[in-house]
Write a protein that binds this ligand. Structure first.
Ligand SMILES: [Fe+2]
Length: 389
C-alpha cells in the first residue's frame, strides 16, 4: 500500500565508525563552533564518556564547559539549568552525549540559545521561531533516534506531564555514531533501549502515514535489530553488533520522525510518567500486545516483519504469517531478558481508566493501523500487567 501524498525531509549529517569521536574537533570547526557546552547524563559521566569528549576537545584547544545534571526523562528544570550553563559559558555549539534524555535535553538547550523567552513557550509542534544553535549528537544507546529527529520529550514535573517539543528547528546538525562509546552500556539498558528502537521501526512501518522512504528505513532497522540485539546484549563488547544497533536506531528515527508511531507510544507517555518505567522498557512490555491487536489492520506488513525476523512463513496463510511476527518479538524479549510486567512497577486495574484517558489524547492513536476502543485499550493493559498476549 502506497499513500498518495507524503513529505520527507531529514537534514542531519551522519558520521559512523568505531573511533569516529576523533572527528569531533573538525565537526565543531566546520559548524563554526568556538565555545562548546558538553551535555551528558550522569550515566555517561560515570562511564568516563564525558571525559573522552572533553579530552578530544582539549587536545584541539576548543574551549568547553560541561553540564551533566540531567535526570532520566529530562525534567524541564534540568533543561533550565542547562540553558543557564550554556548562556553563562557563552556557548555557541552544544555537544550532546548519552541516551535519549541527554540528546533531547541538548537539543532543547540549543533552541534557547537562539530563541527568546522560556523553553515552556515551545512545548508542542512547530512553535520554535528560529533555528537552534548547532548540536552534535553522540548517541551511546541504540534507542531513541533523537540524533536524527525533530523531537525532544521532556518531563514537566510541575504539572506531572510529559511534553513534546517537535520542530524542524530542533534537529541536531551532525549525528556522530561511534560504537566504541556503547561498549560499557549495561546489558539491561542495551535490551530496553533496543526495544525502543524496534518499537519505533515497527510502529512507523505499520502505521497509516507510512510512505516508501520511511518503509525502507524501518525494514532495514527491523532486520538489523532482529540480527544484532541479542548479540549486543549477550556480548557488550561485540563492536559489530553495537554498531549495527546504533545504525538501526538512527534508521528507525528517520522512519518515525515525521510520520509518528502508534499505540505502544501512546501508552508509553502516561505509563512512563505515572509509574516511572524507563521508556524502552515500557515499550518492550506493551509491544507484543499492541502488535497482536493491530494484526488485522496491516496483515501484509506484519507478515513481512515475521520474515525480517527470519521466521519461516512459506505455506502459511497471510493471517498466520502475520501472527509469527508477534511470536518473533516475544522470543526476542525472552532472549534479552526482558521479562518485566506493568504490575512490577505498581500498575493496577484500578489505574486503567486514568491511563486510558491520557492514552486517548495522543496523536499516535489516530495513525495506528487499527482503531481502538477503550475496552480494547483495557485488554492491552491487562496483557501488559500479566505479561501475556
Ligand atoms: Fe520511543
Amino acid at each position: 500500500m502506497t499513500i498518495s501524498q507524503f513529505h520527507f525531509h531529514n537534514p542531519v549529517e551522519l558520521q559512523y565508525g568505531a573511533g569516529s569521536l576523533s572527528k569531533l574537533p573538525a565537526i565543531v570547526h566546520g559548524l563554526g563552533g568556538t565555545k562548546v557546552l558538553v551535555v551528558g547524563d550522569p550515566g555517561v559521566l560515570q562511564a568516563g564518556l564525558v571525559e573522552r569528549v572533553t579530552q578530544t576537545l582539549r587536545a584541539a584547544e576548543i574551549p568547553f564547559g560541561v553540564f551533566t545534571d540531567i535526570k532520566s526523562d529530562p525534567e524541564v528544570r534540568s533543561v533550565d539549568l542547562g540553558i543557564a550553563a550554556a548562556r553563562g559559558l557563552g556557548a555557541d555549539l552544544i555537544v550532546g552525549i548519552g541516551g535519549g534524555s541527554a540528546l533531547d535535553a541538548a537539543k532543547a538547550i540549543a533552541v534557547m540559545l537562539t530563541n527568546d523567552g522560556n523553553i515552556r513557550d515551545y512545548f508542542g509542534v512547530d512553535k520554535i521561531k528560529r533555528p537552534s544553535a548547532p548540536v552534535v549528537a553522540i548517541p551511546t544507546t541504540g534507542g531513541t533516534g533523537s540524533e536524527v529527529t525533530v523531537w525532544s520529550v521532556l518531563s514537566d514535573t510541575e504539572n506531572n506531564l510529559k511534553v513534546n517539543i517537535g520542530s524542524p528547528f530542533n534537529y541536531a546538525r551532525v549525528a556522530l555514531l561511534d560504537p566504541e562509546l556503547s561498549r560499557s552500556l549495561p546489558a539491561a539498558v542495551t535490551a530496553a533501549t533496543g526495544m525502543d528502537a524496534l518499537t519505533h521501526a515497527i510502529e512507523s512501518y505499520v502505521n497509516k502515514a507510512c510512505h516508501p522512504f520511511a518503509e525502507a528505513a524501518a525494514e532495514k532497522a527491523i532486520r538489523l535489530i532482529a540480527d544484532n540485539l541479542r548479540l549486543a546484549v549477550a556480548q557488550g563488547d561485540h563492536m559489530e553488533a553495537r554498531g549495527n544497533m546504533l545504525i538501526a536506531s538512527s534508521l528507525a528515527g528517520i522512519a518515525f520522525n515525521r510520520i509518528r508511531l502508534g499505540l505502544v507510544h501512546a501508552f508509553a507517555l502516561p505509563l512512563g510518567n505515572k509509574f516511572h518505567i524507563p521508556h524502552g522498557l515500557v515499550n518492550g512490555i506493551m509491544l507484543p500486545a499492541v502488535m497482536q491487536f493491530n494484526l488485522p489492520g496491516n496483515l501484509p506488513k506484519y507478515a513481512r516483519i515475521a520474515e525480517l525476523f527470519g521466521e519461516r512463513i512459506d505455506g502459511l496463510s497471510l493471517r498466520d504469517a502475520a501472527a509469527r511476527s508477534v511470536h518473533a518479538v516475544r522470543q526476542l524479549k525472552q532472549d534479552i531478558g526482558l521479562t518485566q510486567t506493568l504490575s512490577d512497577f505498581g500498575m493496577t486495574a484500578a489505574r486503567c481508566e486514568e491511563v486510558i484517558d491520557e492514552t486517548m489524547t495522543s496523536a499516535n492513536v489516530m495513525i495506528n493501523p487499527r482503531l481502538a476502543t477503550r475496552a480494547d485499550l483495557q485488554r492491552m493493559l491487562e496483557c501488559g500487567m500479566n505479561g501475556t498476549v
